[in-house]
Design a protein around this ligand. Structure first.
Ligand SMILES: [Zn+2]
Ligand SMILES: [Zn+2]
Length: 239
């Protein structure tokens, strides 16, 4: 209905007049995507990163990181536009632990923008990293799914949150060293495709990638299930 667009535009206009958008970080006047100009400039970008796991690299390094040289991440690539640092960490922590759901459209929008700028072939679907049902009950939502919704909408890629399930209620990954994380996460995911085949090209979506053990384990499961191309999309990479 073409008339509805006009009505929506008008409603947006009225809403902006009555409730001018505030920066989600400092409360100042927002200019773009719920951030003010200063906070937008402060975002910790990740411009030079490993082609496979998106670990931040120095400008001289380029290509693949030292970890992936020794043992390549089981991924065809990662797009993680930011480093996990202030002030972005505040938005991510709020989304994950403090029910700050309005942060999801902002963070998802920023991620979608970065993905679109790469002009790479888009995947057949997006799979947000599943939460264990017990963790989901405790938190009330899956922050990866909340982020995936706006990304799917912006890019026009289907969301397939039901492709995989989390079997293990693992200890919080953040309390473990890298070696322990890999053991802790092994066997944590299983496919749940109902008789159908897996899409050929899947993007795993998470909020933050720390050592990569979670997304790598999920990627292994998808590959074993027949996926041909698996990439990771996330907001922030821990250096
Ligand atoms: Zn601000
Ligand atoms: Zn790497």
């Amino acid at each position: 209905m073409p008339g509805m667009d006009k009505v929506n535009q008008w409603l947006n206009f009225v809403q902006q007049l009555l409730y001018p958008p505030h920066c989600l970080l400092c409360g100042g006047a927002a200019v773009e995507r719920d951030l003010c100009a200063a906070c937008l400039l402060d975002l910790p970008h990740n411009p030079v990163a490993c082609r496979l796991c998106a670990l931040p690299l120095t400008a001289q390094e380029e290509g693949v990181c030292g970890f992936c040289l020794k043992q390549p991440a089981p991924l065809d690539g990662s797009i993680i536009p930011f480093r996990y640092a202030a002030p972005l960490d505040h938005l991510l922590l709020g989304l994950k632990f403090s029910q700050q759901l309005p942060n999801a459209p902002l963070l998802g929008g920023l991620l979608a923008e970065a993905i679109a700028a790469r002009e790479e072939a888009l995947p057949d679907c997006i799979l947000p990293v599943p939460l264990h049902p017990a963790r989901l009950r405790e938190r009330g939502y899956n922050q990866a799914l909340e982020l995936a919704r706006p990304v799917a909408r912006h890019l026009g890629v289907p969301l397939r949150a039901g492709l995989a399930v989390r079997l293990k209620h693992t200890a919080a990954q953040s309390t473990l060293e890298k070696r322990g994380r890999r053991a802790n996460i092994r066997g944590a995911f299983a496919l749940s495709v109902e008789g159908g085949e897996l899409p050929a090209h899947i993007a795993i979506l998470d909020d933050v990638v720390t050592t990569g053990s979670t997304v790598n384990e999920l990627a292994r499961v998808l590959r074993r299930g027949g996926a041909q191309r698996v990439v990771v999309w996330a907001c922030a990479r821990v250096p």
